[in-house]
Structure formats: structure tokens, C-alpha cells
Design a binder for this molecule. Structure first.
Ligand code: RNT
Ligand code: ZN
Length: 421
């Protein structure tokens, strides 16, 4: 039997096994059409960006490793992204940071950026037929060097960052308008303190004031949506983060904007998957930054683990796909970056497909009848159902490498392209 016949045969058997527990595999695959993951461009270059000044990555985040082949130009980054897109089933989006503008060698400071610096990205997304999301870059800059941006007590610096974010929102609205798909603009700032601060409240009052100023201009929701991303701590910023979860959740609810939940930004035993059905009672939409913290917010490559599975399951169980914007956030420079990208994105996609293959109604019936042994048993049995056969068939249908076949493609790209950089 050839490879394709084998994939089809395995799928037919899997289909019957899932049908026996009330799951329609064809319907599950169809649901994947709505799982559109926003690809964080910064995995291809360790969050370096294309500004003329070659600054250090700052703000309490770190890309570790020096594996060869990182993208250093816009052309290289696009080639890498096209490679990644070609190895993923389904339709994704692009998630760009403001430091990745097409500056053409010109020095353009953060408070000077305009749509024209991102037009070639919009055109690129148009060509790829994908949507685009955007982020203000409030780190890796002289004016962020003392650890504060939007909450800075230095009025000049604070104003500078307010101007930057305002411009990023205007750019986002234009992106969404041109691509006819709302652009999610995410605000994450590193602001915080290594040692115990005294005026926590003062910084938070300044952050609130700055956010209010940056959000003054309203844009149609069809063009852009605002999100704020909280954090527990950063490297060298261990004692306080101004934009804590409590702060931003309150701000998001009060101002009718999105909250961004990065699963590396909480205490290690807290589950972002558990937060989704809480916050969505009070806000319209969330943005996810799916990542893998190992002991801390280390931004390891996403793998198919229980944390990610709970996130995906909660989204699929409740039909939240139209209220949950899925983004990734990891930057591993210690292995082939394109390999890291594809492994991580596929892992997130797998979690969503597994979630789509859950007999949720039946499980809820057991739960409501108090049949907790039966519920536990079914949840355990589901783990060894032939998910791989469904995933492979999905990849085959989508015309992308099946199973481990993408490994060879990435090795080839490494030889032909990455090693020549
Ligand atoms: C930092 C945040 C933030 C960044 C990116 C580069 O801890 O997670 O989302 O990783 O904006
Ligand atoms: Zn994040």
C-alpha cells in the first residue's frame, strides 16, 4: 500500500472508532477552518527587528541560543514566513511588531512610524491572502532603558511612548481596513521593578492615564481591536510589573477592549485555559499568546502539553472561536528557527483538532449525572484514540507534509537557504 492509501485507510478506521463514541471526524476537520493562528514574526530573528540602530533586546525578555540562519532582512524574513506557511495546514495570520517596518535603511524613530513603513507588509499579506495583527514595540529602545515606558515618571519619555502607541493603533486600523480583516493591536510594556518599589500606585496611575490618551481615537471594530497584555514578572523586573493581570483585566472590562492572556505570564500553577470562561463573561474577546513557560516565562517552543490542550479544549467546547484570537509567542534561538516555528504552530493546531474530536455533549451529560468515574475514564480513553490518523488526513487534504515529513523539508531549507546567510 502506498503512503497516501495508508493515510486514507488509517483515517477510515479512525473515523469509525470516533463515531462509536459520538464524534464526527469530518466535522472536526471542518472546524479547523476557523482556527486561524497569528504567526509571530519575531520567531525568525530573535525579536531583533529592522531598525537601523542595532540595539539589544531589552524589557525583561530574552531569546537564548545562537543557532545559525536567523533572518536579518525583510526579504529573508518573508522567505522564512512563506516556508513556514507552506508547511502548515489551514489559514494563518501574520503578527508583526512595530520594529519590523520596511524602513529602507532610513532612521525612523518609534514616534515617527507611519502606514507607509508597513505598506509592503500589508501587500505581502494581501498576496498570501492572510490577515495581519500588530504590536507596539515598547522595549529595546533608549527611552525604555530605565525600565519604564507608558508608566514613566519622565514626562518626555511617557509622551514619546504614548505617541508611539497612538501611531501603532492608526497603522493597525489601516491594516485591517486594507486587508478587510480586523487587525488586533496588542499593547505589552515591560514596565516594572527589580526591587521592591514604594510607589506602585503612582506607576499604575500613570499607565492608566497613558492608556486613556493612546485610546482616545476610536476606530471601527471591523478595522482594529485593542488588546492589553498582562504579566507577572520579567527578567530583572521581578518585584513588580505595572501592567499586572488585575490592572489590565479591570482596564479591559471598563474600556471594552480585549485582554491578552499569555500563558507564560502567570504563576506556573495557574491555567490560562481556566481563565477563558471567566473573562469572556465580562469582555467580548480575548487574545491568546500561546507559549511554553519552563519554570518561568521562558518562551520555549509550544508543544502539545496539558496547558495548551486545556486552552484549546475550552475554546472549542464553548464555540469561542469567534471571540478568541489565537496568537503564538515564543522565541527559541537554540534550534533551527523555522523548525521551532513549525513544531510550535503544529502543536497548537493539534491541540485544537484534539479538542474538536471531543464528545463534549456526552461528557457533560456524565458530569451532570454525577458520573465522575465515567467522565474521568472517558477523558483518559480519549487520550489514546487515533488522533494522529485524523491529523495526518487533515494535512493530506490541505496539501501539506504529513506526519514527520516536514522535518526533511526544513532540513533542506536549512541547507539551501539558512546556512547561506
Ligand atoms: C513579553 C510578552 C510580549 C512579547 C512580544 C515580543 O513577555 O509576552 O508579548 O513576547 O511582544
Ligand atoms: Zn506575550
Amino acid at each position: 500500500m502506498n503512503k497516501i492509501e495508508l493515510i486514507k485507510k488509517a483515517y477510515e478506521i479512525a473515523k469509525e472508532q470516533y463515531a462509536a463514541i459520538g464524534v464526527n471526524t469530518d466535522a472536526a476537520i471542518l472546524k479547523m477552518k476557523d482556527v486561524n493562528i497569528s504567526l509571530h514574526c519575531w520567531q525568525t530573528d530573535d525579536v531583533a527587528g529592522f531598525e537601523t540602530a542595532d540595539g539589544e533586546l531589552s524589557g525583561g525578555i530574552q531569546a537564548t541560543g545562537n543557532y545559525p540562519g536567523k533572518s536579518t532582512t525583510i526579504e529573508q524574513m518573508r522567505a522564512d514566513l512563506e516556508k513556514v506557511l507552506s508547511l502548515l495546514p489551514g489559514k494563518q495570520r501574520l503578527n508583526l511588531h512595530a520594529i519590523y517596518g520596511d524602513f529602507k535603511g532610513e532612521k525612523v524613530d518609534r514616534d515617527e512610524i507611519e502606514v507607509k513603513h508597513f505598506q509592503s507588509w500589508i501587500d505581502w499579506c494581501n498576496k498570501q491572502e492572510i490577515g495581519m495583527d500588530f504590536n507596539a514595540t515598547c522595549f529595546s529602545h533608549d527611552r525604555a532603558a530605565n525600565g519604564y515606558t507608558l508608566s514613566s515618571k519622565n514626562e518626555k519619555n511617557r509622551k514619546f511612548w504614548v505617541e508611539h502607541v497612538k501611531r501603532c493603533r492608526a497603522i493597525s486600523a489601516e491594516i485591517g481596513k486594507q486587508l478587510e480583516s480586523p487587525c488586533v493591536h496588542n499593547i505589552w510594556i515591560p514596565d516594572g521593578s527589580k526591587d521592591t518599589p514604594v510607589d506602585r500606585n503612582g506607576y499604575r496611575a500613570l499607565l492608566k492615564k497613558s492608556l486613556n490618551e493612546t485610546l482616545e481615537t476610536k476606530y471601527p471594530k471591523e478595522h482594529m481591536k485593542d488588546a492589553v497584555e498582562s504579566k507577572l514578572f520579567g527578567i530583572g523586573l521581578e518585584s513588580m510589573t505595572v501592567g499586572s493581570h488585575d490592572f489590565y483585566l479591570g482596564y479591559a472590562i471598563k474600556n471594552d477592549i480585549l485582554i491578552c492572556l499569555d500563558n507564560g505570564h502567570f504563576h506556573p500553577t495557574e491555567q490560562v485555559g481556566d481563565k477563558i470562561s471567566s473573562v469572556l463573561h465580562f469582555i467580548d474577546e480575548v487574545l491568546l499568546h500561546v507559549t511554553r513557560p519552563v519554570r518561568w516565562d521562558s518562551d520555549h517552543v509550544v508543544t502539545l502539553n496539558e496547558d495548551v490542550q486545556l486552552i484549546a479544549s475550552e475554546v472549542m467546547r464553548n464555540n469561542f472561536l469567534d471571540r478568541v484570537n489565537i496568537g503564538l509567542d515564543f522565541f527559541d534561538a537554540s534550534i533551527n528557527r523555522i523548525g521551532a516555528y513549525v513544531v510550535g504552530t503544529r502543536a497548537a493546531q493539534k491541540a485544537f483538532l484534539i479538542a474538536a474530536l471531543e464528545p463534549t455533549k456526552e461528557l457533560i451529560q456524565l458530569e451532570e449525572a454525577g458520573k465522575y468515574f465515567e467522565r474521568l475514564a472517558m477523558l483518559e480513553e480519549l487520550k489514546t484514540k487515533p488522533f494522529g490518523a485524523v491529523w495526518n488526513y487533515y494535512c493530506l487534504q490541505e496539501g501539506v507534509p504529513v506526519g514527520e515529513d516536514y522535518i526533511g523539508k526544513i532540513q533542506q531549507y536549512e541547507n539551501d537557504v539558512l546556512n547561506k546567510r
